[in-house]
Write a protein that binds this ligand. Sequence first.
Ligand SMILES: Cc1cc2nc3c(=O)[nH]c(=O)nc-3n(C[C@H](O)[C@H](O)[C@H](O)COP(=O)(O)O)c2cc1C
Length: 177
Amino acid sequence: MAKIGIFFGTDTGNTRRVAKLVAKKLGAAADNPVNVNKASVDDLLAYNALILGTPTLGDGELPGLSAGAQAESWEEFLPQLKGKDLSGKVAALFGLGDQQGYGHEFVDAMILIYDQLVECGATLVGAWPTEGYEFEASKAVVDGQFVGLVIDQDNQSDLTEERVDAWLEIINPLLTD
Ligand SMILES: Cc1cc2nc3c(=O)[nH]c(=O)nc-3n(C[C@H](O)[C@H](O)[C@H](O)COP(=O)(O)O)c2cc1C
């Protein structure tokens, strides 16, 4: 069975930790998570099933140098996907944010990855309900749901594991079909 590829961006390590938790839960079904700043586009395109994680930094931005991150990240990687054909690939997104500190742009960066993948023809799975979060606005809400799993390590870290478990139950059959 082909493995699931997990790629993440991070500034302070929260998204890496969630990526590792996701990988641990998936066991043999997934390869070890890779920081996008160490990945090539071909590395990502090698998988037919993908899990992609990002925090939101700056003002609702992807992690990367212009958002003040310590290293390159999704901001620098994502434009390289432009024009690539991801049709036939299935992808699920997870995003980290801080609903109390950034409630007007909560997990906004997820939508940037979502839109790029849709433009490339990928099938996106793993939309996630907005219940259980308190925020004013999020660009990552489409048709009343977040476009992927939302994790808030700043305010709700006690819910992270159960959220990951519930989300994996939804996406696992869709990614491993
Ligand atoms: C400078 C800065 C800007 C942030 N901007 C946002 C934001 O616009 N929206 C949001 O939901 N969270 C925002 N956050 C919260 C982070 O996304 C959150 O702390 C996340 O867990 C960081 O993940 P990382 O450790 O993988 O970098 C911001 C955090 C910092 C430090």
